[in-house]
Every structure is written in structure tokens, then in C-alpha cells.
Design a protein around this ligand. Structure first.
Ligand code: GLN
Length: 510
């Protein structure tokens, strides 16, 4: 074996795939290096809710054995992986960060999990998250706090914060996250990772525990744009088990990433969204975030992109519209947790009728943010208020979609900061839902319109990562990868190393 186990946990997937394919390292060595690192560091980071230990080593051994017998293996055979804990995995605990699902071992697997397993990847474990993916800091998890590897006193973003902490903290080379209003892009931005929310309908939702079904999408969180594109190609494409799955082939995503890395953006028209941090719309945005965004845009221009400013006036209404639509859908989706079919059942001592048992189960099983959303959503959908709230929000959704269409008539991609601020300190926003919701200001428009959007690192502000968001028309996910890869390659070359390399290995790790 070449190198140390620390090299193996710092390698990206492209490198691991090469080392495994050439036989320089075994799948067991790679998996063990990650499990050792989890054992050493996860007490501090709190990224995982469940670690697969023995099962992961057994799966890795099976890959090694298959390779030894000369079987044709795919390029990802033996590459480890972490899954956000709302990805349903057969026989493996799946909680969606909620006490109401504690102890549940699903009888089936999500399509994304199945496709990754079929590609030969090895499941390391399930990552922490805000309960039912409602949140921006992972502090709404019913189980534990997750820390940002860049600064342990800060949040790793959310709701896929266990995934971002695991990948940035070198406890997994990549992870599946899910994004309803920003939950892949925001945690990726705050931890120095690449995170892509695919076009709605292009990655199967079968087996993802539902939050807001018209918005939810699973996607990759990785250390490089190319790794993200490779994972997207594995999980994406039509699935008859998801009624909203789009039945067209995916664009060539890894090729787009490679093309972007070559550094020629001549002919690419980039629109900078004024309403997301631009002139007259910079309130709440940190100067360091705006500076990194400006510099990233200059880099794109330097690679030949034609940069213009674009106005999307309805984006100002994305936040209120999202916080009506998402809770409305959640109130309906969460009705299934009634203590009868699966998960927690509380208060069933023979003295109470079914309605009381359901009420006690839900009172005990759901945390405060989930209850807030259920109440908000039920209210917004109630007769008499439906038109005034849910109906209006749907109209705003249409206006946002129209703003995007108008913008994409003149440009190929739109860019903005991914988040208004860098990672904030743990505990500073939990009691102030509006400021927590504001963390998603920049990511919500693409969610409401169902469009693809990627976050790619654009540098550091006061030692903490900042992300640039690149949005594209529906099914043009390849444009996100191309432009993001161009920025990544140019900035890596200019600084002489990857941004994530500035995050050292914690003392004591092998
Ligand atoms: N932070 C947003 C919310 O709380 C988005 C979450 C998500 O994308 N899952 O709803």
C-alpha cells in the first residue's frame, strides 16, 4: 500500500478510484482508513447517526474478492460513501433526524442508495440532519449537534450538515444530501465543498423520506466538481417508481466538468442576479461573502465568459412563498406518523382511544421546528385561508419561474453567492426562526422553479468557506458543472492547492 491512511481519507473519489482500480490499495484498506478516522474524530464532529462498521468491511472485502477473481468492476467499486439519514436503506437504521422514527429499519432501499450500491460503493453510515430536513444548521436534529470542521464552535449548515461535516472533515469522500430549499448547497458552501441540487425530477425521490414533495431533490456533496458530477451520473436518470421522474437521458455531466476544468468559458453568458446581494439588495450579506463573489465572477470573466447583471424582481418574494409552500406540503406528508404503522407509538397503555394515542405520539415524537411547520402548513391550507396564503404563494412561484425564463433568454447561467453569510456560531439562531430561514435566501429561487444549481467554493472570508452558486435552466445541469469546474480549476491553480487542503488534519489523526 502506498501512503498512509490519512492520505486515503484526504483523497478525492477520482484518486481513490484510480488507486483501487490499479490495485495499489484494497477496498478493505480504504474502508478501514475511513472507519478509523470516524472512530477518532466523530466524537468531536457528530457527523454520523449510525456507522456501518462490520457491514462496510464485509462489503469492501466482497469487492476485493471479486477483483481478485478477475471480475470486471466499475470505476467506483470499493469507494466509500455516506448517506443523509433520510435516504431509506434496507435493514439499516433510518431516522430522518427524528425521534418518531428511532429504531426503524426500513424494509427497502431508496433508488439512489440502490444505484450507488450497484456501482460497488461501500456504505460507511448515515449522517445527521435537521429533523425531517427542516433547518439550516443541523441544530434541529433530535439526536446531536454537528460541528463545522473549519471551526468546531460553528454550524456545518443544514439540513444536510452531517454530510457536509463528514466530507469536509474527511470522514467520507462524498455523500448524498437532499435539497428542498438549499440543504445541499448551503451546507456545502459553509464547509468548502461542492454541492449540486439537480433539476427537479432528474434524480429519483423513491425512498427519500418526504419533506416537501414538489421541491425535494437528492444530489451529490463532494470535494470536487468532477466527483459531484460522477455521483450525479450514478444516481440520476429515469425511475418508474417516482411519478415525477423525468424520462429523458441525463446530460453528460462528468464530461462537462472536465471541459470546464480546461478553463475556456468563451461564449458562455453569465448573468449576475442583482436581487441576490447586488446593488440595493446587499442588506444581510457579509462584505467578505460579496467580495469572494465579485472575485469569482472576475475569474469567470477572465476565462472568457460574458458577464452581465440581470434583474429577477420576484426573487424578493421567494422566502415567504417557500415558507408557505414547504410547510403546507410537510403538514400533509407528516400526517403519516401517527404511531400505527411504523416508528414511535406513545401513550398506548390500554386506557386511551386511538386519537389520544396519536396525539401523544406526535407530541412526543416531533421536535419544536417540525411542530411549527405542521401548524404553519395546516393553517395555510385551511379553508378560508387557502387562497390568501397557499394560493398566493403558488402565484409567486409562477412569477419566480417567469423571472428565470426571462433571464435565461439572455444568459446561459445565473450566479450569486450561495449564502448571505459564512457559517454562524452554534446556538445563535435557534431561537430566531426568521434569521435561520434567511440562511436560504439565495438558494430558494432555484428550488421553487425546480432548476439545477450548484455551490462551488469561492474562497475564505475570515478563515471560513464561501460558496458561489451557479444556476441553469431545467435539464441543463451540465452548465452548472462546467462553469463550477472552470472556477474551481482556476482558483486551485492560483492558490496552488485545493481550498479544502487549508483545513488541516486534526492533531492525533493518522
Ligand atoms: N432551510 C430550509 C428549510 O428549513 C431548507 C431545508 C432543505 O432544503 N431541506 O426548510
Amino acid at each position: 500500500m502506498t501512503g498512509t491512511s490519512s492520505d486515503l481519507t484526504r483523497a478525492d473519489v477520482a484518486e481513490l478510484s484510480r488507486l483501487l482500480g490499479s490495485g495499489e490499495v484494497s477496498a478493505v484498506e480504504v474502508t478501514r482508513a475511513h472507519l478509523d478516522r470516524i472512530a477518532a474524530d466523530d466524537g468531536r464532529l457528530g457527523a454520523y447517526l449510525h456507522v456501518e462498521d462490520d457491514a462496510a468491511l464485509a462489503a469492501a472485502a466482497a469487492v476485493d474478492q471479486a477483483r481478485a477473481t478477475g471480475a470486471e468492476l466499475g470505476p467506483l467499486a470499493g469507494v466509500p460513501l455516506a448517506l443523509k439519514d433520510l435516504v431509506v436503506t434496507e435493514g439499516v437504521p433510518t431516522t430522518s433526524g427524528s425521534k418518531i422514527l428511532e429504531g426503524w429499519r426500513p424494509p427497502y432501499s431508496a433508488t439512489v442508495a440502490t444505484r450507488l450500491a450497484e456501482a460497488g460503493t461501500v456504505l460507511l453510515g448515515k449522517t445527521n440532519m435537521d429533523e425531517f430536513a427542516m433547518g439550516s444548521s443541523t441544530e434541529n436534529s433530535a439526536y446531536q449537534v454537528t460541528r463545522n470542521p473549519w471551526d468546531a464552535e460553528r454550524i456545518p449548515g443544514g439540513s444536510s450538515g452531517g454530510s457536509s461535516a463528514a466530507v469536509a472533515g474527511h470522514l467520507a469522500p462524498w455523500s448524498i444530501g437532499t435539497d428542498t430549499g438549499g440543504s445541499i448547497r448551503q451546507p456545502a458552501a459553509l464547509t468548502g465543498l461542492v454541492g449540486h441540487k439537480p433539476t427537479y425530477g432528474s434524480v429519483s425521490r423513491y425512498g427519500l423520506i418526504a419533506f416537501s414533495s414538489s421541491l425535494d431533490q437528492a444530489g451529490p456533496m463532494a470535494r470536487t466538481v468532477l466527483d459531484a458530477a460522477v455521483m450525479h451520473e450514478v444516481i440520476g436518470g429515469h425511475d418508474p417508481r417516482d411519478s415525477t421522474s423525468i424520462d429523458t437521458p441525463l446530460a453528460r455531466l462528468a464530461d462537462a466538468a472536465r471541459e470546464g476544468a480546461a478553463g475556456d468559458l468563451r461564449g458562455v453568458r453569465v448573468g449576475v442576479v442583482r436581487e441576490l446581494g447586488g446593488e440595493g439588495h446587499a442588506e444581510g450579506y457579509e462584505p467578505g461573502v460579496l467580495a469572494r463573489t465579485r472575485e469569482a465572477i472576475e475569474v469567470l470573466a477572465g476565462l472568457g465568459a460574458e458577464v452581465t447583471e440581470v434583474s429577477c424582481p420576484s426573487f424578493d418574494l421567494a422566502l415567504p412563498a417557500y415558507y408557505l409552500i414547504a410547510p403546507s406540503e410537510a403538514s400533509s406528508n407528516l400526517a403519516r406518523y401517527e404511531g400505527v404503522r411504523f416508528g414511535l407509538r406513545a401513550g398506548d397503555d390500554g386506557s386511551r382511544d386511538l386519537d389520544e394515542v396519536m396525539a401523544i405520539t406526535r407530541e412526543q415524537g416531533f421536535g419544536p421546528e417540525v411542530k411549527r411547520r405542521i401548524i404553519l402548513g395546516t393553517y395555510a391550507l385551511s379553508s378560508g385561508y387557502y387562497e390568501a396564503y397557499y394560493g398566493q404563494a403558488q402565484k409567486v412561484r409562477t412569477l419566480i419561474t417567469r423571472d428565470f425564463s426571462a433571464a435565461f433568454a439572455g444568459v446561459d447561467v445565473l450566479v450569486s453567492p450561495t449564502t448571505p453569510t459564512v457559517a454562524f456560531p452554534i446556538g445563535t439562531r435557534v431561537d430566531d426562526p426568521i434569521s435561520m430561514y434567511a440562511a436560504d435566501l439565495c438558494t430558494l429561487p432555484a428550488s421553487l422553479a425546480g432548476l439545477p444549481a450548484i455551490s462551488v467554493p469561492s474562497g475564505l472570508s475570515e478563515g471560513l468557506p464561501v460558496g458561489l452558486q451557479v444556476m441553469a435552466p431545467a435539464l441543463a445541469d451540465d452548465r452548472c458543472y462546467r462553469v463550477a469546474a472552470a472556477l474551481e480549476a482556476a482558483q486551485d491553480a492560483a492558490r496552488g492547492h485545493r481550498l479544502l487542503d487549508e483545513l488541516g488534519t486534526p492533531a492525533g489523526a493518522a
